[in-house]
Design a protein around this ligand. Structure first.
Ligand code: URA
Length: 435
């Protein structure tokens, strides 16, 4: 068996055997197969696809590339959630503390930014000191003692996904149903969490642009979960405009903290977080109905318990909690500038992908594997699709670290907005739940 033959076989649209998939993933994880061959293979998978059997084998090989955690006897009803990636999606920072505050252990495996979409690990790293590459032992001890833990892939947990994820980010190989399904599900399966809520995003700011593709991805992940004995639900949610107002790492952390403080939040973000929390609380049988679970989630915010739970998570993982208490401590980008509406009317589009691309351009995401993120930069989006707009109103506030990048991002952002002379309906938030 060799890597070139496996790449050629996939390039020619043939199904790989379980052994070939295992050989490739193990070889890449161990450094025997170089990045350029893995990139060619990922592109072949993206172009030619994989059968459900191949995708399950790929998930298994990636999960088993590191240690397989069992939560039996540690947290038998622990829950995890995972988004397929979006723009302004800071839900984990809000939902994990809410759910933990409602008495359900959360064992979260997260990723970094991918292409134009942000990643929870990058967002949390805006908080100085925060450690997010926990060993298996640290992950389990923290979960057992405190019922809340969040880590990225590490040398211990799904290392194959860690490597492949970083490679896909910079080789145009993200939007592939088998690669996304195996990436997400391998992390979940390695971490051992029995209950999993998937948030499958649909729209121009998601890797699945149509409902049909999003549903296909959701069903595939739910069925892979089932094969590994996990209980999985997948919500299909809108990503045609950024979620909430902030896009960019430290800006998103601050928006999340404000919501947990009970301050006025973007209605779409609030609704999304309450619904996702409720689904998780219900899955963990902490409530009899989703309605009851929604009340519990709202209560966790209003009583301040969810905020305390975020602070606990940050403190346990070495983060400086004083940043949560005093948001002014987050360093600010050197240039902060408003962009204004160019027309009267109603906003009919705020293209989430273009906003995501603008934030990557500003330095909030990576273009090459070696890029370092500037946690300060990003965009505040002041309006939502359907809002009435007057020419000259501020539409965006751009946080940048250099004029040239600011000008390029501004051009993208201006082009991301469309106006209508007649009233425009608000975008839906939820398209369904796959169980
Ligand atoms: N999230 C992941 O963990 N992997 C993907 O491929 C996409 C989103």
């Amino acid at each position: 068996m060799n890597a070139v033959d496996i790449i050629i076989k996939k390039r020619d649209s043939k199904a790989l055997t379980d052994e070939e998939i295992r050989f490739f993933i193990d070889g890449y994880t161990e450094g025997k197969i170089p990045d350029y061959q893995a990139a060619a293979w990922a592109m072949a998978v993206l172009c030619r696809g994989m059968t459900a059997r191949e995708t399950t084998a790929l998930t298994r090989a990636m999960a088993e590339s590191g240690e397989m955690v069992s939560l039996k006897g540690i947290a038998d009803i622990a829950v995890d959630k995972h988004s397929t990636g979006g723009v302004g999606d800071k839900t984990t920072l809000i939902v994990q503390p809410i759910v933990t505050a409602c008495g359900l252990p959360v064992a979260k495996m997260s990723g970094r930014g991918l292409g134009f979409s942000g990643g929870t690990i990058d967002k949390f790293e805006s908080i100085p000191g925060m450690r997010l590459n926990l060993s298996k032992e640290e992950f389990l001890n923290q979960l057992k003692q405190y019922g809340t833990v969040l880590s990225g892939q590490s040398a211990d947990l799904a290392p194959a996904d860690g490597k492949l994820y970083a490679l896909r980010d910079v080789t145009g190989t993200v939007p592939s149903i088998p690669l996304i399904a195996s990436s997400i599900m391998s992390k979940k399966i390695a971490a051992g969490t029995p209950l999993i809520l998937l948030d499958v995003k649909v729209g121009n700011g998601a890797f699945m642009e149509t409902l049909e593709k999003a549903e296909k991805l959701a069903r595939l992940m739910v069925s892979i979960g089932k094969k590994f004995g996990r209980s999985v639900k997948a919500e299909l949610t809108d990503m045609n405009q950024p979620l909430g107002y902030a896009v960019g790492n430290a800006l998103e952390v601050q928006e999340a903290v404000r919501m947990l403080r009970g301050e006025k939040s973007a209605p779409d973000l609030y609704e999304h977080c309450i619904e996702s929390s409720a689904l998780m609380i219900k899955m963990g049988k902490k409530a009899k109905s989703v309605d009851e679970a929604r009340h519990m989630a709202e209560d966790a915010i209003h009583t301040g318990k969810a905020l305390e739970s975020l602070k606990l998570l940050v403190r346990l993982q070495g983060g400086d909690v004083s940043y949560i208490d005093d948001l002014a401590k987050f360093p600010k980008a050197p240039i902060i500038r408003d962009l204004y509406a160019r027309s009267d009317g109603w906003l009919s589009e705020i293209n989430a992908r273009m906003v995501g691309e603008a934030s990557v351009l500003l330095g909030a995401g990576r273009v090459t594997k070696a890029d370092r993120i500037d946690h300060r930069v990003g965009i505040i989006v002041h309006h939502k699709v359907g809002d009435p707009i007057k020419k000259g109103m501020p539409l965006f506030t751009v946080h940048a670290n250099n004029e040239e990048k600011l000008n390029q991002a501004a051009e993208l952002l201006n082009n991301a907005c469309k106006y209508s002379e007649s009233e425009v309906e608000k975008l839906p938030q939820f398209y369904g739940l796959i169980e």
